[in-house]
Write a protein that binds this ligand. Structure first.
Ligand SMILES: *Cc1c(COP(=O)(O)O)cnc(C)c1O
Length: 360
């Protein structure tokens, strides 16, 4: 990562922190924000002065293009503090590449890599007090880009706003989830935007997910939009299936987001000597495996929850419970990945990124 850059940042610090108004024990995911935010506008074909300022509302016109055509992409990352007080990010280079890949698919200009890292480093140093030590405490990082031209003509915006906001989070064990395999609705299609972290991908999932919730399930595992025959991903997480002692996940495609947690889980699983297969997974093989007892685990993998074990799935109106494993791959993998994130063990993969502004 290039660090020898001349900085052009404009930084306005808060006068008084609002941290004392926050109860860190009762944080709800993504509802509280730190003292500072990052903002950079794209005007006349160029990204303007990168700016850090107190977290505050943005004033916009109702004709703002993102409201009408949904031209918006985002990322989800985290900052971790180890017991010595050092702050780390996990594979931020992957998020940097991905937000520009998502942007390209939505006809949004790419954001400079150096500024992406400098913005993160500076924000996290300024808001260091919001990152509490140790596992379970984390600051969730939300970079995003929106179309900001004031015009309701259906064409790509000529102006954009790139922002980063930070939200302190207390992770707690939510319990294993029950899921439904999608039989009618789809999250994404061949040639579509499913592989991009596009805001609209989430909007499209809310209604079918609500239908599943009304029936008592928590999440949907999406299947291929053509035949609903192959299991793909969970919409905010990639999906893993353990049949006997083999860990399966679908290959990435136009329809599946290339998750950082997914690829890290694959590397760690191999490193720990687990058998791993990346291939198409049919609904019918998983149903069969549930019936004959060879389906040991299903879990989701994504930055927000890390690993989310599944306790049952529903398909064609039948519920298939999954028995809890003593030797759970989900628990083992979660432990390993969070140990790397919180600087508790060696990082044989070189994934940790140390946060600091001494570089600038
Ligand atoms: C963000 C996201 C994931 C998980 O990706 P990570 O990089 O592991 O956080 C999975 N699926 C979709 C659709 C996503 O948007």
């Amino acid at each position: 990562m290039s660090t020898d850059i001349t900085t052009q940042f404009s930084v306005e610090e808060i006068k008084e922190s609002k941290i004392n108004q926050v109860d860190f024990e009762t944080l709800v995911f993504g509802q509280v924000f730190t003292d500072h935010m990052f903002e950079c506008d794209y005007i006349d074909g160029e990204w303007q002065t990168p700016t850090i300022k107190p977290y505050q509302p943005i004033l916009v016109e109702p004709s703002l293009k993102v409201f009408h055509y949904g031209q918006a992409v985002f990322e989800g990352m985290k900052a971790y503090k180890d017991n010595a007080g050092e702050v780390w990010m996990f594979r931020p280079d992957q998020n940097q590449v991905r937000i520009n890949k998502s942007a390209k698919r939505l006809a949004i200009p790419e954001f400079p890599k150096e500024w992406f890292f400098e913005a993160l480093d500076r924000l996290l140093v300024l808001d260091d007090a919001w990152i509490k030590k140790g596992k379970g405490n984390v600051v969730y990082i939300r970079p995003f880009v929106i179309a900001t031209e004031n015009a309701i003509m259906a064409a790509p915006s000529t102006q954009y706003k790139f922002m980063i906001i930070l939200s302190p989070v207390k992770s707690y064990f939510r319990g294993d989830v029950s899921v439904v395999f999608a039989e009618h609705y789809s999250r994404s299609a061949d040639g579509g935007v499913g592989a991009a972290k596009a805001a609209g991908n989430y909007a499209g999932q809310f209604y079918p997910t609500n239908l599943a919730k009304e029936k008592g399930y928590e999440q949907v595992i999406w299947t291929d939009s053509n035949e609903h025959k192959y299991l793909e991903e969970a919409g905010t997480m990639n999906a893993f299936f353990r049949i006997n002692d083999t860990l399966l996940t679908a290959p990435t495609s136009d329809r599946i987001l290339d998750g950082v947690t997914r690829k890290s889980v694959l590397d760690i699983a191999k490193h720990l000597g687990m058998q791993v297969e990346v291939r198409k997974i049919t609904v019918s093989e998983v149903v069969e495996a549930a019936k004959d007892g060879s389906l040991k685990e299903i879990f989701g993998a994504g930055t927000a929850v890390v690993i989310s074990p599944v306790k049952s799935f529903s398909y064609q109106g039948i519920d298939y419970p999954i028995e809890k494993q003593k030797n759970s791959y989900a628990i083992k993998l979660k432990e390993y990945i969070t140990d790397i994130q919180y600087n508790k063990i060696d990082d044989p993969f070189g994934w940790r990124y140390k946060v600091g502004v001494d570089k600038y």
